[in-house]
Design a protein around this ligand. Structure first.
Ligand SMILES: [Zn+2]
Length: 175
């Protein structure tokens, strides 16, 4: 089976990276991460040739978002963008996930690999796992939500209840 394998990156390393990034842009202690203003106003400052495209649904098909880290290009489907703009947690997380690909997955960090049938890609080598971990941490940062409940995380961080649950359980597993 073919798959994409990324340089290994632990959840701890991803948390650290996200915290430094949030510190750099003055958002370290903000519970609600303003994902769209970040993508539209801050990313172009951090990455001068960054391009952001909102793409109509008929052009993008089933994909919600797509990122080409080597071109510094991110595409978000129009309906996802609009729902994220109105505060929908699931769509905010889709965009945060794409930001993860942008920062973590330049070509040289990703290799196409072929796994033996019985072999499994380890989660921390899977670029999708890494982008999910990054996105979750960006919106619901472990160091800010430690003593919160799922509904509190959902409301204060603007994420879905499942994302809030995943972030809190990852925190409790200490992985
Ligand atoms: Zn992805």
């Amino acid at each position: 089976m073919n798959c994409f394998k990324a340089d290994p990156l632990s959840r701890v390393a991803i948390r650290h990276f996200v915290r430094l990034l949030k510190r750099k842009v003055g958002l370290e202690y903000e519970l609600y991460f303003p994902i769209l203003p970040f993508v539209e106003n801050v990313l172009p400052v951090l990455i001068p040739d960054f391009q952001f495209e909102v793409v109509p649904r008929f052009e993008m098909g089933g994909k919600h978002g797509e990122t080409y880290p080597n071109k510094n290009l991110m595409k978000i489907r129009e309906d996802v963008y609009l729902r994220a703009a109105s505060g929908e947690g699931r769509d905010r997380l889709t965009i945060a996930h794409e930001v993860g690909h942008l920062f973590l997955h330049e070509d040289d960090a990703i290799a196409l690999c072929r796994l033996a049938p019985e072999e499994q890609l380890k989660p921390f080598e899977n670029p999708e796992w890494q982008a999910d971990a990054f996105g979750g941490e960006l919106l619901a940062s472990s160091y800010l939500i430690k003593s919160m409940t799922v509904p509190e995380v959902q409301e204060k961080c603007g994420v879905s209840s499942s994302a809030a649950y995943i972030q809190l359980s990852a925190l409790r597993r200490h992985n």
